[in-house]
Design a protein around this ligand. Structure first.
Ligand code: FEO
Ligand code: CA
Ligand code: CA
Length: 633
C-alpha cells in the first residue's frame, strides 16, 4: 500500500476549501478548540469527557470468542492461536490452469496471465456443492522489486504486459479433499481477469462523453480493471471488485495540462512508477485523456460463468473504492456501503431503485445498475464522541449539483463523485477503508485507518467522528440506521474503538479507547468482516517498525472483536513487512481464508512463505481448527 500512499502525499490533490461540519465546529469553537488544536489541547478537551465514557462498548468478557489470544510477533511467519492450523492455499505466480507454467520470477506476460496474480486482497468464497467451490480473489497491485529480476529498472513492452497480467482478479476452483479445500487446476471456472479484459460500462454514466476514447467511441466498453482493493458479494451470487488507486497507473512524458477534476483524483503526468504509459499509449494522458475516467468504479463479475463480461457499475460512483458492503434491507432494496480511501475523503451509500427478488435469481442481475448514491455527514453534541448523521443525496439537480456548480448531468455527478460530495458538505474522514454490516444487529462498521492531515489541513478539522490530531493509529466508527432501515437518511453513530498505544502513551486519545490494552494493541485497522455468529474480524495495514509510537505492536495482524462487549483479541500475526488483508469463510465457518499481501515490501528481509533464499510472495492462508470446529468459537 505504501507506494500509493506516497503518491497521494506527493500530489496532495485534496481540495483545501474548508468544509467544516457546522454543528461540530460550533460546539468545538465554543471552547476555543479549533484555534488551538494541538496535541495538548486534544487531551485537555477530552479529559472532561473521557474516552471510556464515549465508547459505548465497554471491554468486558463475553463468550463469543473461544480462543486464547496470541502475542505480537516480528517473525517471518504466520502465527495462529493454540488449537488452530494455518498453511498456504496459493501464492503469487502459482499456475491456476493444468497446462500453465510453474512459478518463476522470469515468467513472461503469457505465463503470468495463466498464473495467480500478485498482491492478493479482498476475496469471496462461493460454495457450489459439498466438495466444490470457487474463490474470487482481487490482485491489487504488484511489487516490481520482486516481479522482475531487474526490479523494474529496465522495463520492456512485455514487462508492462506482465505487470498488467499480475493485476485484476483470479477466479479459482477449490475441491474439498478430506475436509481440506485445495486448488483444482482443472476447474472449468478457473479464470484470470487482468488490466486488459473487456468490460461493459453500465449505469447512468455509461456512454457519457467523458468516458469516450478513440478505441471506444461509444464509451461503453472498457479494457480491464486494476488496483482491485477490497470486495463485496451479492446474494444473487456475483462478486464485486473495487478499483482503488487507479490514478497511479496514468502518466505522460508530454506533461499535458490537467484540470482540477484530474487533480482531485490524484492524476498527474507523473505515475506511481509503473511506467505503463511509456509502453502502452492507453495510459498516456496526452493521448487518451478520458481513459482514467473509466477506472475508479465497482465491477460486478459472475464467477460461475468464465465467459461472462464483467460490468462496471457507474451508479455506485467513481472514487478510490475500498470495498462494497452489500446488505438487503428489510423492504428488499439493495444497500451498498462504500468507503473512499484517501485522507479527507468520504463515506458513501448506494440504494438500489428496484428490490431484491429471492425467488427469481435472474431478476436480480442488474439491481446495481440503477439507484441513488448518497454521502455521509456526521454531527455530534458538544464534546461527545457520538451523535447523529445523515445521508445526503448525490442526484443531479438537487443539493446544488447543478450546471452553475459544474455538474452538467448525472454522469458528471457520478464520474466526479468526490467533487459532488464536497459540494453537498460531506464530512471529510480519516481514510474510510472497509465497511461491514453485523448480520445479527444491522449495525454497520467502518475502519478509518489513519490520517496525518487531521487537524493539520483546513478542510480536515478535528471533529467528533475524527477526533485525534494526525490520527496515527486509526479508529472504527459504527452506525445504526434509524429504525434499522438501511434506506433511512438518518443514523446514530459512535466509535467502536480508537486504536492506540497504551504502553507508550499513558492517557489521552493516543492511548486508545478502553477496549485497547498492552496485550491487544495494533494500528491502522483496514479489512473488516463479520462471520455468521457476529464476530468482527479486524485486519491491519499499519506501521510494522515496532518502534517509537508503534513500539510493541509488531508485524501486521488480525484481531477478533466482540461488537457487544467491545473486547478485542489478537488471532493472527503475519510475516515481515506484510499487510493482512482479505478474509472469507466456507459457509460451515470451519475454514477461513486470510490474505498475506506484499511480505518483504520494499526489499524488507522476508522469505515468506517458502523460506531459504526465496523471494517473498503474497499468499492466501487457509486456517482450520485442529478439532474441525468453527473458527473463532
Ligand atoms: Fe487497498 Fe485502502 O486499501
Ligand atoms: Ca485496504
Ligand atoms: Ca490501508
Amino acid at each position: 500500500m505504501s507506494r500509493f500512499d506516497q503518491q497521494d502525499q506527493k500530489l496532495h490533490p485534496r481540495h483545501e476549501e474548508p468544509a467544516f461540519n457546522e454543528i461540530i465546529s460550533k460546539g468545538l469553537s465554543r471552547r476555543g478548540f479549533l484555534k488551538t488544536a494541538t496535541a495538548t489541547s486534544t487531551v485537555a478537551f477530552f479529559a472532561a469527557n473521557p474516552v471510556s465514557q464515549a465508547i459505548a462498548a465497554q471491554a468486558a468478557k463475553g463468550n463469543l470468542m473461544g480462543f486464547n489470544p496470541i502475542p505480537v510477533s516480528t517473525a517471518d511467519t504466520v502465527v495462529v492461536p493454540e488449537g488452530y492450523q494455518a498453511d498456504v492455499l496459493i501464492s503469487w505466480g502459482d499456475p491456476i490452469f493444468n497446462n500453465a507454467p510453474s512459478f518463476s520470477q522470469n515468467a513472461d506476460s503469457h505465463a503470468q496471465a495463466r498464473q495467480f496474480g500478485d498482491n492478493n486482497d479482498g476475496m469471496t468464497f462461493f460454495q457450489i456443492s459439498d466438495d466444490r467451490a470457487v474463490l474470487s480473489v482481487n490482485n491489487e497491485y504488484t511489487n516490481y522489486e520482486y516481479l522482475f529480476p531487474h526490479q523494474g529498472k529496465k522495463m520492456t513492452a512485455d514487462d508492462v504486459k506482465k505487470a498488467q497480467a499480475a493485476h485484476g482478479v483470479s477466479i479459482i476452483e477449490l475441491s474439498n479433499m478430506n475436509g481440506k479445500w485445495v486448488l483444482n487446476k482443472n476447474g472449468r471456472l478457473n479464470r484470470r481477469i487482468t488490466a486488459n479484459t473487456e468490460m461493459e460500462m453500465t449505469g447512468p454514466a455509461a456512454g457519457h462523453t467523458l468516458l469516450k476514447t478513440a478505441a471506444d467511441p461509444a464509451g461503453k466498453l472498457a479494457l480491464g480493471t486494476f488496483n482491485n482493493c477490497a470486495n463485496g458479494e451479492t446474494p444473487w451470487g456475483t462478486y464485486l471488485t473495487c478499483e482503488e488507486n487507479f490514478n497511479g497507473y496514468f502518466g505522460s512524458d508530454a506533461n499535458p495540462a490537467l484540470d482540477s477534476n484530474y487533480k482531485r483524483y490524484g492524476i498527474s503526468h507523473q505515475d506511481a512508477g509503473y511506467q505503463w504509459h511509456k509502453f502502452d499509449s492507453r495510459f498516456d494522458l496526452a493521448k487518451n485523456p478520458n481513459e482514467p475516467h473509466r477506472f475508479g468504479w465497482v465491477v460486478e463479475i459472475d464467477p460461475m460463468n468464465p465467459n461472462s463480461k464483467p460490468k462496471k457499475r457507474t451508479a455506485l460512483g467513481r472514487f478510490k473504492h475500498e470495498n462494497a458492503a452489500v446488505t438487503i434491507n428489510n423492504d428488499g432494496h439493495v444497500v451498498v456501503y462504500l468507503g473512499d480511501d484517501e485522507r479527507g475523503e468520504h463515506l458513501y451509500r448506494f440504494v438500489s431503485k428496484n428490490k431484491y427478488n429471492p425467488s427469481n435469481p435472474a431478476a436480480n442481475r442488474d439491481l446495481l445498475e440503477e439507484g441513488t448514491l448518497y454521502v455521509a455527514k456526521f454531527s455530534a453534541r458538544d464534546g461527545e464522541l457520538k451523535g447523529q448523521g445523515e445521508w445526503i443525496e448525490l442526484t443531479w439537480g438537487k443539493n446544488g449539483l447543478t450546471p452553475e456548480n459544474g455538474f452538467a448531468d448525472q454522469g458528471e455527478v457520478l464520474i466526479f463523485a468526490r467533487k459532488a460530495a464536497t459540494q453537498v458538505g460531506a464530512t471529510t474522514m480519516d481514510r474510510p477503508e472497509w465497511v461491514a454490516v453485523n448480520p445479527k444487529t444491522q449495525q454497520a462498521f467502518c475502519t478509518l485507518t489513519n490520517n496525518k492531515n487531521r487537524g493539520v489541513k483546513a478542510n480536515q478539522p478535528i471533529d467528533a467522528v475524527n477526533p485525534r490530531e494526525k490520527n496515527p493509529y486509526g479508529h472504527i466508527v459504527r452506525w445504526m440506521p434509524s429504525g434499522k432501515d438501511h434506506t433511512a437518511n438518518r443514523f446514530d453513530w459512535d466509535l467502536y474503538l480508537i486504536a492506540g498505544n497504551p504502553a507508550i502513551h499513558k492517557n489521552g486519545l493516543m492511548a486508545g479507547s478502553d477496549n485497547i490494552n498492552e496485550d491487544n494493541m495494533f494500528n491502522s485497522p483496514d479489512g473488516i468482516g463479520f462471520d455468521n455468529a457476529g464476530r468482527l474480524w479486524i485486519q491491519t495495514d499499519g506501521k510494522y517498525s515496532n518502534k517509537g509510537d508503534f513500539a510493541g505492536m509488531g508485524n501486521n495482524q488480525m484481531l477478533c472483536g466482540d461488537p457487544d462487549t467491545g473486547e478485542v483479541r489478537r488471532f493472527l500475526t503475519g510475516p515481515i513487512a506484510c499487510e493482512i488483508t482479505g478474509l472469507t469463510f466456507s459457509p460451515d465457518q470451519k475454514t477461513m481464508f486470510v490474505g498475506v499481501q506484499h511480505p518483504g515490501e520494499e526489499l524488507a528481509p522476508s522469505h515468506f512463505p517458502n523460506g531459504g533464499n526465496s523471494i517473498p510472495r503474497s499468499s492466501i492462508i487457509r486456517i482450520t481448527r485442529k478439532d474441525g470446529g468453527i473458527i473463532g468459537a
